[in-house]
Design a protein around this ligand. Structure first.
Ligand code: ZN
Length: 259
């Protein structure tokens, strides 16, 4: 954890300090070694939140994009189950920054636990993921350039395959200017990804609750736009198929007339 309670205040780990876990109230010890980012650990390395993963510089860089009091927010459901969200925005979105591999059952549990959840996934943890992803992008033409949407074959990118088929938005961070949003719409093993500028993602989620254009509207617009394009392409395909069959019929008729 980044924060613990010390004398009633949420503070970051500093050498020699001990504190109290804001979630379970147990004793926490400041860990300020060279190898890992400074953090708090429960005494005896117990974890009160089984979903918590050890943080890296990547987590901290993301968290630093948001106010301190939006970070590490404790959620409790009606059954008393408690988890600590990485960030909760003023518009009610929980942002989870996922560095390590996540088992499908844990991902499903987290999707169900938080009402409005967005995943931000580290796309450079495994070398092959970024290579596979950009190879796929270059193989297919964009189906729209503004916004930039590409159709991708999920089976050829392990990271996309792992994160496909869930209803929550997934943004993949390949350490580029754009994040890539994996859209919830997919057909068999084909999926769709949209480039989303990093600075816009951060700006959107720093907005207050009273802002007119919120992230929900933005996602709905993207989904509607994609569905519209897919519908238009389907109509076009059906039209082309009809034209082809009519051409074939005319051709056969002319041939039989000649005979
Ligand atoms: Zn705890």
């Amino acid at each position: 954890m980044r924060y613990s309670m010390v004398n009633g205040e949420r503070i970051e780990a500093q050498p020699g300090l001990s504190g109290q876990c804001p979630s379970c109230g147990s004793l926490t010890i400041a860990k300020c070694g060279e190898l890992k980012v400074r953090h708090w650990a429960h005494k005896g390395n117990r974890k009160c939140d089984p979903w918590w993963e050890n943080e890296t510089e990547w987590h901290r860089t993301w968290k630093n994009c948001f106010p301190m009091d939006w970070q590490e927010i404790i959620h409790q459901d009606k059954n008393g189950e408690r988890h600590i969200a990485d960030v909760k925005t003023a518009q009610g979105w929980v942002l989870e920054f996922q560095h390590s591999f996540l088992k499908p059952e844990e991902r499903r549990a987290r999707n169900a636990f938080y009402e409005k959840l967005i995943w931000v996934v580290n796309g450079v943890r495994r070398m092959r993921d970024k290579t596979q992803f950009f190879k796929l992008l270059h193989e297919m033409n964009p189906i729209s350039t503004n916004p930039h949407i590409r159709k991708v074959y999920l089976d050829e990118c392990a990271l996309l395959k792992e994160w496909s088929g869930i209803h929550c938005p997934v943004f993949i961070d390949f350490e580029e200017d754009d994040l890539w949003c994996l859209m919830p719409t997919n057909q068999n093993m084909w999926g769709y990804v949209v480039a989303f500028p990093r600075h816009e993602f951060i700006a959107f989620h720093n907005k207050g609750a009273d802002q007119v254009q919120n992230f929900d509207d933005c996602l709905n617009k993207l989904n509607s736009f994609l569905n519209l394009i897919l519908k238009q392409r389907l109509i076009q395909q059906e039209r082309s198929a009809l034209q082809a069959s009519s051409f074939r019929r005319n051709f056969l008729r002319k041939q039989s007339f000649r005979l």
